[in-house]
Write a protein that binds this ligand. Structure first.
Ligand SMILES: [Mn+2]
Length: 369
């Protein structure tokens, strides 16, 4: 886990970027951005939890009373104030922004701020110029430190171990949700804080729906089952997908599987610092298009992974983002044939000086159960 010093150092670096971009303050609400700079994580909720980080001056938390102790424990920021229940939120927010002299300033708020809370800002400081925190933090968060990569590796290992423990149960358990429950149990009991996203166990024709989730469908012989799972550990996410064959599959299924496997390998080999993200997408897409399944590859090749399960950089067509050492993203080509089946293979890789290294080691060749 990060130490308090690391959070402080990030704040110091952020202040330099704020200077460059003439941003007067960050107004953070619960989000990966808030954790990244303060060390405090909670899910967004209806009562505002706010941390102001001015370009010059000390940062401060403003929280409902029930969060006061937790914020003091988790965050390096000493100034923790509590909303006064009597005075309205808008009035207190206005007073706070006035004290910081940013009522008409340039304020960065999280990209994932709830609209209902953005409304409070607009009412408290209608003259302010609001920008997204991604403009300040986006690049910094894309390049992971060694410490962050170690966290992500451990999160990846948890998901990988859960998969390995669950595959043999395809014969024993009959329904998608039973396998999903087992995956989640395995991750949790090994120390994960939870799932990084809704676990996907998609059997047979459900496999053509990339974000199927899991339902009560029974597994059948001669079908594929796609498992897409991620653990959260020290707030960092992992994301891994394997498609397994239950019993004997058709030659067409085998052909599609091998196409996706080859696309995955080509994309992984294409990754190196300096190239544009679109080239990685192209490497995977070319294999699938050349095999005649291009119209069934219905999504981008990958997405950044870190404190958020989907974050920049995005590995997609026409994206010019230059890859750099320390970036972490998924490579996950897939082929989805509606009404029939789907295949997806996914690992998160970290860009290195020479190329890239997958965070997971679980074999991706055809897995039969
Ligand atoms: Mn993914």
């Amino acid at each position: 886990m990060e130490t308090m010093r690391e959070f402080k150092e990030r704040c110091a670096r952020v202040r330099v970027i704020m200077d460059e971009k003439s941003v007067d303050a960050l107004c953070l609400t619960p989000s990966a951005d808030m954790y990244y700079l303060t060390g405090f994580w909670t899910d967004p909720a209806e009562r505002p939890i706010l941390c102001t980080l001015p370009r010059a001056g000390e940062p401060m938390f403003m929280v409902p009373r029930l969060y006061e102790e937790q914020v003091r424990q988790r965050s390096w920021i000493d100034d923790v104030q509590v909303w006064d229940e009597e005075t309205g939120t808008v009035a207190q927010l206005r007073e706070l922004l006035q004290k910081l002299k940013i009522l008409e300033g340039k304020i960065a708020v999280p990209d994932r701020l709830w609209m209902s809370q953005f409304r409070l800002f607009q009412e408290a400081a209608p003259e302010a110029d609001y920008v997204f925190t991604s403009e300040i933090l986006g690049r910094m968060r894309m390049i992971k430190s060694e410490q962050e990569i170690r966290c992500m590796e451990r999160a990846a290992q948890l998901a990988e171990a859960a998969l390995a423990a669950t595959f043999p149960l395809c014969r024993e358990y009959s329904r998608e949700y039973e396998l999903a429950a087992h995956l989640e149990y395995e991750m949790r009991v090994k120390g994960a804080e939870g799932s990084a996203f809704e676990t996907i166990v998609a059997s047979g024709p459900n496999g053509s729906i990339p974000h199927h989730g899991s339902g009560d469908r029974k597994l059948r012989d001669g079908e594929f089952v796609t498992f897409d799972v991620g653990a959260r550990l020290n707030r960092y996410c992992s994301d891994i997908t394997r498609t397994v064959a239950v019993g004997k599959i058709s030659p067409k299924m085998e052909r599609v599987y091998n196409t996706v496997w080859k696309a995955y390998q080509e994309a992984v080999s294409a990754v190196k610092p300096g190239i544009a993200s679109e080239n990685v997408d192209l490497a995977a897409r070319r294999v699938i298009v050349d095999s005649g399944y291009g119209e069934y590859f219905i999504h981008r090749t990958g997405h950044g992974v870190g404190l958020d399960i989907h974050e920049p950089p995005y590995i997609r067509q026409r994206d010019q983002t230059r890859l750099e050492a320390g970036m972490t993203f998924s490579i996950e080509p897939g082929v989805y044939i509606p009404g029939e089946f789907g295949v997806r293979i996914e690992d998160v890789v970290v860009v290195t000086e020479e190329g890239c290294r997958p965070l997971t080691k679980y074999p991706a060749e055809m897995i039969a159960v």
